[in-house]
Design a protein. Sequence first.
Length: 154
Amino acid sequence: MTTAGEICCRELVYAMCDTTIHGALQLMRQSHVDAVIVMSTSNVMDGRQRTLGIVSDSDVTSRVYATELDPSVITLGDIVLSDSDTLYEDAELPETIQAIRSQGLHHLLVINQRGDLIGTISKNDLFDAMAQELNGLHQSVARSWAFGTASFPT
C-alpha cells in the first residue's frame, strides 16, 4: 500500500517565523507552492533551527484576511499552529487520510523515524494518491474481465 513517504512533497520552502504574511505570500508565489515551513529564529537545537509548523495559503485566508488583520504587520509566527501534526513516512494511505481529516488540516508534516522533517502532504497529494490507487484497481479489474478471470460472488 502507498505510504506517506512515497507521496509527500520533498521540495520544501522554509521561512523564518518573523517573516510577514505579505513576504510569505510572495515567497510562496515565487516558489510555486501553497505552504511554507515556519522556522524559529531562536531555540536552536544541535546547531539547527527548530521547525515550528507549516502555514498554507488557506491558513492565511482564514487567520489573516478573514479576520481583517494587516498582512504587512502580522508574521508567520503569529499564525502558525505550534501543534502542527506530523506523520511518519511509513504511515499508509488510510492512516494519512484519517490524520488530515480528523484535524481539519490542509497539510501535514512528514518525518522519518529519527524525527527529521522529510516532506509535507497536502489534501491535493492525497487526492492524487487515491486517484492512482483507484486507477490501479480499475486496470486490475479490466484485465481480469479481458482474460475472463473475473467473476461475481454468488
